[in-house]
Design a protein around this ligand. Structure first.
Ligand code: SF4
Length: 378
């Protein structure tokens, strides 16, 4: 089915979604060591409290990529234990000298705790959102959920009016992805009654959906661009169509995120180097694909173990999304040729045995795992 220049392969989508949900439930790699982010909690925080919901909300700006979000939440646990006033909306209610001092202190504290990434912007969001919570929601974000009742109404409350500090609705950082992410955290923590919603669609989700051909383009191939704001409604639609239960939504969200973060990111075709961050002008280059023994082992422990490897065709580096604002097919996903691992190991052992042995081997005097793939070593 075509949606603009995108085409959804529903048969493929259903298979990939079901396969990933099953893999997540069976704890197949890379899901065997997965720890959901909200399971890291400050020692002084009462689980299930309003403070718990506030702490999770404060961490959302770190869920926007280009920083390890699990590490960010771990660091926020220390910040909460030492400086709980930072998570109290009353700190931000009035714009005053005291409030300005609090912001300056936050700047220093976040930097000292390894949270200096985009610190000015993070504090601006934090201040704006917590001020609204204090002024209009009794300092309690859970009241927004009570009032909304369903996903669409919740999106309106979080997203509409964010330019107006005097509007009770509209919170910074919140778009569809962040609304879903917050629902996901709060549901996982048992802070809200579960209800159906589309999983948080981000670069990781879209990368897997594109590389496996769930969402194709009319002109698919190297150079094809997946524009986030065009593809994300389609991706949310796939969640809604193929996740029958809330458990399906949670499991798929986890599976897509961990798969892309822990496996796809280490696929050689997705490795990049950049010119250093210069906003949208940042240049991104592909790293050369080289099947050394180490890289083959890496392949075998990532794509080689992936449950949807058989249908994954394309490489889409996240570097273009984070630096230039779009996901783009770079090339066919590189794979080592069949038997290449044993050939590389053999080459290594021949090197250690000297040139004569090597010549004999390559002349075919001993048994040798031939390949019809031509030159295999780069
Ligand atoms: S085969 Fe590799 S790149 Fe493709 S989805 Fe699996 S881990 Fe990601």
């Amino acid at each position: 089915m075509a949606q603009g220049r995108y085409v959804v392969d529903h048969e493929r989508a259903e298979w990939v979604i079901k396969t990933l949900i099953d893999a997540w439930r069976q704890k197949l790699p890379p899901f065997d060591h997965a720890v959901p982010v909200p399971e890291y909690l400050p020692k002084t925080l009462v689980p299930g409290s309003v403070e718990h919901a506030l702490w999770l909300m404060a961490g959302l700006p770190y869920m926007r990529g280009r920083i390890d979000s699990a590490q960010a939440y771990i660091r926020l646990t220390h910040v909460y234990d030492l400086h709980p006033w930072m998570f109290d909306p009353e700190t931000f209610r009035h714009s005053s000298m005291k409030h300005m001092n609090a912001r300056a202190k936050m700047h220093k504290i976040l930097r000292e705790n390894g949270l200096g990434f985009n610190v000015r912007e993070t504090i601006r969001f934090w201040d704006f959102n917590f001020k609204k919570l204090a002024r209009f929601w009794d300092g309690n974000p859970l009241k927004i959920f009570k009032e909304a009742g369903d996903y669409d109404a919740l999106c309106k409350l979080f997203m509409e009016g964010k330019k107006d500090p005097n509007s009770r609705t509209g919170f910074m950082v919140f778009r569809h992805k962040m609304v879903s992410m917050y629902i996901y955290f709060l549901t996982n923590a048992g802070l809200i009654e579960p209800f159906m919603y589309p999983g948080p669609v981000d670069t990781h989700n879209i990368r897997v959906m594109a590389s496996t051909g769930m969402i194709k383009m009319s002109e698919v191939g190297p150079g094809a661009r997946y524009e986030f704001y065009e593809v994300s409604p389609i991706a949310r639609g796939l969640y809604q169509k193929y996740c029958k239960t809330l458990e399906d939504v949670l499991d798929l969200a986890n599976a897509l995120w961990y798969l892309s973060r822990d496996f796809c990111s280490r696929s050689q075709g997705n490795s990049s180097s950049t010119s250093g961050y210069r906003g949208r002008a940042t240049e991104v280059w592909a790293k050369r694909v080289k099947w050394t023994p180490e890289k083959i082992r890496q392949y075998n422990s990532t794509c080689g173990q992936c449950s949807v490897e058989s249908v994954c065709r394309w490489s889409l580096p996240s570097a273009t999304q984070y630096n230039q604002g779009f996901l783009q097919i770079r090339s066919e996903r590189p794979k080592p040729h069949t038997g290449q691992e044993s050939l590389v190991e053999l080459k290594r052992s021949l090197r250690s045995r000297g040139p004569k042995a090597k010549a004999r081997k390559w002349a075919g005097e001993d048994e040798f795992p031939h390949s019809d793939q031509g030159v295999l070593f780069e």
